[in-house]
Design a protein around this ligand. Structure first.
Ligand code: RB5
Length: 149
């Protein structure tokens, strides 16, 4: 798979760890930064990953910040991006099976490398189940602010 990966300083170490492991496992990687552990702003790394997915230049994205929360909030601002913060293998599997997540968000300060590799492994292989979940995802795409008609 071709995967875009990005992090802030809170996710940098885990990004580097996962990147090496993904390359070893024959995935193509587009690294959107950051490139070191100096403090940066997590929203600055979301656009390139979202754009890669929405343009079709990559299949999936992985974003990592300290808690995973900021990256999740930011990534889900892009229509068509379904970003899932996963702290365990089961939520990673469900995010694919039920939500067709196309961005996996990880918490660099909560999730160790071994756990993260298990989460990524499941997330890359679990299939979207379709069926009733298609209708639910379509409803997400039509959500509007309360004052919009
Ligand atoms: C950076 O200190 C931290 O706020 C960031 O990595 C992330 O956890 C934000 O949600």
């Amino acid at each position: 798979m071709n995967i875009a990966i990005g992090s802030d300083h809170g996710g940098f170490a885990l990004k580097e760890d996962l990147k090496a492991w993904l390359i070893e496992n024959n995935h193509g990687i587009q690294d959107a930064g950051t490139d070191n552990s100096d403090p940066v702003d997590y929203p600055d790394f979301v656009g390139a990953v979202a754009q890669g997915i929405l343009s079709g230049s990559v299949d999936r994205g992985i974003l990592i910040c300290g808690s995973g929360i900021g990256m999740s909030i930011a990534a889900n601002r892009f229509p068509g991006i379904r970003a899932a913060l996963c702290l365990d293998v089961e939520t990673a599997r469900l995010s694919r099976a039920h939500n067709d997540s196309n961005v996996l968000v990880l918490a660099g300060r909560k999730t160790d490398g071994k756990t993260a590799r298990s989460i990524v492994d499941v997330w890359l292989t679990a299939e979207f189940e379709g069926n009733r979940h298609i209708r639910r995802l379509q409803k997400i795409e039509t959500l509007k602010r309360p004052f919009e008609t």
